[in-house]
Write a protein that binds this ligand. Sequence first.
Ligand code: ADP
Ligand code: MG
Length: 182
Amino acid sequence: RQGWIEVVCGSMFSGKTEELIRRLNRAKIARQRVEIFKPALDTRYHAEDVVSHNQNSIRSTPVPVAQEMLLLAAGCDVVGVDEAQFFDESLVEVCVQLANRGTRVIVAGLDMDYMGQPFGPMPALMAVAEFVTKVHAVCVCCGEIASYSFRVAASESKILLGETDAYEARCRYCFQEGMREK
Ligand code: ADP
Ligand code: MG
């Protein structure tokens, strides 16, 4: 059996988690053995589930380090990873090993941080992946295609809690405008 790596990347609210859940559900319909992992530090909505902003969810296993996936994914046909940007660089080697032993690996994560810089292991994952899909959000300022996650300044945000209020999807132009005003 052939393995390979798929990357789904983009800004916040771009539909990465939705797309990951869609692909994994289709694999389940095909009766494949599916396992979903996320970094243990990401407990925004739920300690174990992967949840998208439109409340789709799928059962997942939080792992403190990427290496744990190698054992936990034994016997899986398909492995999904969400919030991949929060793992360290060792995630790349783990995904390569999984694919080499015949697993289909689907990795979703932020390609850029709130400064517009490549995020953690994502650039290297995109390099070694067979398939890379960049999904886009809608700019909350102008409605154009958004590729950036703009961090709303603490002074403006008052008592806003949670990531949904701390970040905005923005297009290149409105992201730059916002950074200039900071
Ligand atoms: P991601 O995992 O990339 O952060 P999700 O899959 O969790 O994204 O959520 C995508 C959903 O977020 C969309 O289907 C939509 O309902 C919602 N959403 C909220 N704000 C935006 C926005 N600015 N642009 C696009 N979708 C948005
Ligand atoms: Mg997500």
